[in-house]
Design a protein around this ligand. Structure first.
Ligand code: AMP
Length: 383
């Protein structure tokens, strides 16, 4: 059964991903109800309704479910027990079984490996003894991460030498950790895949991600990789979305080795920052695709219409006195669009908005996006 326009989509989480989903949903005449504790949450600003409560409040989530036809999420750390309780009232897509995997790096890597898909070598670490053994087996450098709750490079530390074990173990909270072998990658890539309730699958193009201090800075579409690597990355995305029985979206972050080998780093069962470019550059945006998948509509073709580059706008890009000073000049550039998320307070590292530049080649799109952000933020040396 498909949920048709006029149905209500409940969204767990009210950040920018929910906001962009809500904008697309409303364009197609769906109602949107957001669960989020923030009074002025980015998604709530554009939704039809707002259940204002913490994301582990079971009663509030039940209320969301009673008032919704189908539920999706924009934040994968929603309490899995809460999501299970909600599943009794309305379908939740993707379901709690996917969240339980994506919330825990060890379970995530176990699930990916079981499907025969490569990851960095890894060991679960629950004691200092585990860490010392894991370091002996995997060698250094290695990356120690918290199994839960890390994002944007937080909750992790690179170990250059086994002598750093005790200090790093303490620093990261002393338990529920994972040690990963260090992957000497050429670039980082990602692919967003959608799957409908009837098993239809569609992968967006593989894109290239450039990070700054652990936070996504630019996404270049398509990734500057060979056709064979691009094909293999999409196959991995499709195998994961099927193998994990995802209904909705699954974003797969990948390391691309110097020889083109691919390793899955992380999964996110929701729209992804690296998929924002789809809004302008693809035949369907990742947000419309999420809507189509969770509502049981035919998926869009997820085709790239034009090379593109997305530049994130973080708090530090906008909080200078000249922040947004170049708005008029930026919008005068050809093929550049601006998205702002409605966040009032510009903190360092906080995602405030993004720019997307289109061009004839990925390199040109990258240059255009860099120039647009420089202009927008008043940091342009050539202006
Ligand atoms: P994550 O939170 O797992 O996405 O990691 C944040 C960033 O740290 C990644 O985007 C990589 O740049 C780097 N990183 C994470 N894990 C590894 C690894 N096993 N080997 C090399 N670099 C890594």
């Amino acid at each position: 059964m498909a949920f048709l326009p006029g149905s209500t989509i409940g969204v767990i989480g009210g950040g920018q991903l929910g906001r962009m989903l809500a904008l697309e949903a409303r364009r197609m005449d769906y109602r949107v109800l957001v669960l989020d504790p923030g009074e002025d949450a980015p998604a709530a600003q554009v939704a039809d309704g707002h259940v204002r409560a913490p994301l582990d409040d079971v009663d509030a989530a039940r209320e969301l479910a009673r008032r919704s036809d189908v539920i999706t999420l924009e934040w994968e750390n929603a309490d899995a027990a809460m999501v299970r309780a909600v599943e009794e009232i309305a379908p939740v897509r993707p379901g709690a079984h996917v969240l339980e995997i994506a919330q825990h790096r060890v379970r995530e890597k176990d699930a990916v490996s079981r499907l025969g898909i490569p990851t960095a070598p890894y060991r679960a670490v629950d004691s200092l003894g585990d860490l010392e053994r894991a370091l002996a087996e995997l060698g250094t450098p290695a990356v120690l991460k918290t199994a839960r709750g890390g994002y944007d490079g937080k909750g992790q530390r690179v170990l250059r030498d086994a002598s750093e074990a005790a200090e790093a173990f303490q620093e990261l909270g002393g338990g529920e950790l994972i040690l990963e072998g260090f992957v000497d990658f050429r670039l980082e890539a990602s692919v967003v895949c959608a799957r409908g309730p009837d098993g239809e699958v569609a992968a967006f193009p593989v894109v290239e991600n450039i990070h700054e201090r652990g936070i996504l800075d630019f996404t270049i579409a398509p990734a500057r990789v060979t056709e064979a690597v691009a094909r293999r990355a999409r196959e991995i995305g499709e195998a994961l979305v099927e193998g994990l029985d995802v209904v909705g979206l699954l974003a797969v972050e990948l390391f691309v080795g110097h020889d083109g080998a691919l390793f899955v780093n992380e999964l996110a069962p929701r729209p992804h920052n690296s998929g924002h470019y789809t809004w302008e550059a693809c035949s369907v945006s990742q947000f419309e695709q999420q809507l189509r998948a969770v509502c049981g509509l035919p998926l869009g073709r997820a085709e790239l219409l034009r090379p593109a580059c997305m530049a994130n706008l973080l708090g530090e890009h906008l909080s200078t006195p000249s922040g947004l000073s170049g708005l008029i000049e930026t919008l005068a550039l050809p093929l550049v669009s601006l998205h702002l998320y409605g966040k009032r307070e510009a903190r360092r590292g906080r995602k405030m908005g993004h720019l997307t530049a289109l061009a004839d080649t990925p390199d040109e799109a990258f240059r255009r996006a860099e120039r647009a952000r420089d202009l927008l933020c008043g940091t342009d040396s050539r202006a």
